[in-house]
Design a protein around this ligand. Structure first.
Ligand SMILES: NC(=[NH2+])NCCC[C@H](N)C(=O)O
Length: 294
């Protein structure tokens, strides 16, 4: 028993060495914040990673909280291509929930582990500059309101925070120079931040185990894959549906310099820790060609 425990801890040693001083961008999805145990485990995993010298940056979502809150106010939630149609009043409420309630809760839970987590909105110091995103369907352009796509990231702010041992917790709200605010999809915000910093890892915590060839057949789970194979699977229809935009976002991050991406199930307690510090991991690792991650 003791040998097994020691072996498990020793399995982590090469990864602790390898990842010390490296930057990991973690997208913490809203759908996994419901369960108190997995929420607690996430905070503990991030705390441990920070304490062994990994520069963690968290980008969080909050979709279900937003829908709940809007329901209470009897404001209907409409989605087109998975994006929330957002008018001016709604984007203000979205910001209130993301940048205040959720953001501060994550940061303060990390602070309770003596970590200097700093909760910031994408609007602070123009961290996420954005512009209006339109949806194109059959050559038809649809305006979905204050939904933004990333234009630029304030890299210096993030590097300054990291250098001074702060852990940024970022709400995916963007702004433009006219003072408009935008709701930015958290996957895209995390991918842009990871690309800009050429991060060692972009880790997407969601409510699926990872990539499957056939979602209904556990034996087709893919533990690691590269971008060429993903493109091939999308083209041949093996990968389909809602997974495609997520994977396209991953491919973009890898092509822009992120070293590796991990898709893991955030509902499973300590999946983050097991993915990073064991050989086998828990989810799907997408390997990029770039060997110069930071
Ligand atoms: N899903 C997988 N195959 N994960 C392997 C992870 C390997 C190692 N712990 C890493 O983070 O780089």
């Amino acid at each position: 028993m003791n040998e097994e425990k020691a072996a498990l801890l020793m399995e982590a040693l090469p990864y602790i060495k390898e990842f010390k001083g490296k930057t990991f961008v973690i997208k913490y999805g809203g759908s996994i914040m419901k369960n108190e145990n997995s929420k607690k485990a996430f905070i503990e995993d991030v705390a441990l990673m920070n304490l062994v010298g990994i520069n963690v940056i968290i980008v969080h979502g909050g979709g279900p909280y937003i829908s709940n809150f809007l329901n209470k106010l009897e404001i209907e939630s409409n989605f087109i291509d998975g994006l929330r149609v957002t008018d001016k009043e709604t984007v203000e409420l979205v910001e209130m929930i993301l940048s205040s309630k959720i953001n501060k809760e994550i940061a303060s839970k990390l602070c309770a582990h003596d970590i200097s987590a700093v909760g910031i909105s994408g609007r602070d110091s123009n961290l996420i500059k954005a512009k209006k995103k339109y949806i194109f369907n059959n050559n038809k352009k649809t305006d979905i309101g204050y939904v933004g796509e990333v234009v630029s990231i304030n890299e210096k702010l993030l590097l300054d925070l990291i250098k001074n041992n702060h852990l940024p917790v970022i709400s995916p709200i963007g702004c433009d120079s006219e003072g408009n605010i935008y709701n930015v999809n958290a996957d895209y915000a995390a991918s842009s931040i990871s690309s800009c910093l050429k991060a060692e890892k972009l880790i997407l915590l969601t409510d699926v185990k990872g990539i499957y060839k056939d979602l209904n057949d556990e034996s087709t789970f893919i533990s690691s894959i590269n971008t060429e194979k993903i493109k091939e699977y999308i083209k041949s229809g093996i990968i389909k549906g809602g997974m495609i935009p997520k994977l396209e976002c991953c491919i973009d991050a890898l092509e822009k310099g992120t070293k590796n991406i991990h898709l893991i199930d955030g509902r499973r307690e300590h999946s983050l820790l097991l993915e990073i510090f064991t050989n086998e991991g828990m989810g799907t690792m997408i390997e990029g060609g770039n060997k110069n991650g930071n």
